[in-house]
Write a protein that binds this ligand. Structure first.
Ligand code: ZN
Length: 151
């Protein structure tokens, strides 16, 4: 188990675009495993993107209570509907706001074995998939907040 430091607030790495992963190897699997350990070490995290731990690769881990997802090169292929959700981020501790997200998404990704898969997410999972994939493009949720919520 290895924890990585979560970058916060104005760290420039959070505004950088992550690079596509060309091949799945042990190095990638180790990063994903460290990212999962790091996410579970926090009280509130439902997801983590690689640039949040300073790695500019398109890697995401998510757990919204339905088991751990490790996604390589995730890509939104379709969306449906709209939901306004309350959102936070491990990189912006104690900041919360209302954000517009699709209600349903389909995401194409590569798994740890290098196989291409698709996942359908609804509600919280859809929100989380969109939030983490935004991170990979250097987009942070505070830029999408319609209204900040006072804690
Ligand atoms: Zn985040």
């Amino acid at each position: 188990m290895a924890l990585r430091e979560i970058r916060t607030f104005d760290d420039p790495v959070l505004r950088k675009k992550c690079r596509t992963v060309d091949g799945v190897d042990d190095r990638i699997r180790t990063i994903l495993s460290d990212m999962a350990d790091t996410m579970y070490s926090t009280a509130s995290g439902g997801g983590l993107a690689a640039n949040q731990v300073g790695i500019l690769r398109r890697l995401v881990v998510i757990d919204v209570g339905e088991g751990l997802l490790k996604l390589i090169n995730p890509e939104i292929v379709s969306t449906e509907g709209v939901q306004i959700v309350n959102e936070g981020c491990l990189s912006f501790p104690n900041i919360w706001g209302k954000v517009n997200r699709p209600k349903k998404v389909t995401v194409k990704y590569i798994n740890e074995n290098g196989e291409t898969n698709c996942i359908d997410g609804e509600g919280l999972l859809a929100q989380c998939l969109c939030h983490e994939i935004d991170h990979l493009d250097g987009i942070v949720f505070v830029n999408k907040v319609i209204e900040f919520i006072k804690a």
